[in-house]
Design a protein around this ligand. Sequence first.
Ligand code: PEP
Ligand code: MN
Length: 364
Amino acid sequence: MLTPVFQNQVSMTTTLYQSPLILAGPCSIESESQILATAQALAKIPEVKMLRGGIWKPRTRPDAFEGRGEEGLAWLREAKRETGLPVATEVATPEHVELALKYDVDALWIGARTVVNPFSVQQLADALKGVDVPVFIKNPVSPDLNLWMGAFERFQKAGVKQLAAIHRGFSYYKESPYRNFPMWEIPIELTRRLNVPVITDISHICGNRDLLQATAQKALDLATDGLMIECHIHPAEALTDAKQQITPEELKTLLANLTFRAKNSGSVERDLAELRGEIDEIDAELLQLLARRMEVSAQIGEYKKRNNVTVVQMDRWKKILAEHVATGADLGLSPVLINKVFEAIHQASIERQGRILGEETNSH
Ligand code: PEP
Ligand code: MN
């Protein structure tokens, strides 16, 4: 649910209220041409509402690619100018915050490795005091709901109003097909307690391309408010997270294969209730008609008994059925349905007449 958290905002309203918020872009911004080409391709996908790109990369081991820093911010700003997409990046220190805002980044996210450290989170919250920018808080790497909630509380206390959660899965001690185990119950409980929107980062949950589609669908089925998906113009050449990134073209296919479900009752349920009411009335009429038909059929039975006529008049029955099938076809009803319904009715009818004539008749 998109919540009151977002109702005060002005600049981002249209973007963030279009649930689900689809946020896509490379794990890392590597070069000007890479981010511009990726952004341009993504901007052609109508569902994509925001461009992501990592500028400072928290790496597990030293000597790995750690992001382009400030020069990457200039490229990200250019991508925003060329495509009109709002942009988001990860910040881990007050210096990152200052630079990101200097380069007009529209939304900031706090990474899973940063959220585990309350000192870092507090420094970021202090740096954002009085700044009206949306902040997305990823879950900490460990499945610790209180730690995640604590981060929200620190930003809320600092007066940051536009807050959302990003669910990116959790480190897990057991073998699993996921890079980060989803533990869906944790973000669900977070929403229950804090009433914040949750965006599902399927890329960091899955860690590989194969699981993305099913995980995206699962997130939507569980009423996520958005999806974060890592996209790279040449995934195989990506400097970080190469295994989980997809091309913008693949993203298009993934989105086209998703079933977006209505989340809140609202008008959908009202319309459904109305239609169900209509069906109930029609069924009641059908029952009345069936009862009347059986009544007339019984009178015919009495007549046949008095006049010594057999119950089954095969020629008449064949003719009637053929006529009903033809009329049904004109009404858009399938011959299978008409045959089934009228055979059942006819069967019940001849059984009733058979009882009246004092003989059991089961065949036509
Ligand atoms: C990322 O989004 O590229 C990233 C580093 O994610 P996380 O903080 O979830 O590991
Ligand atoms: Mn990544």
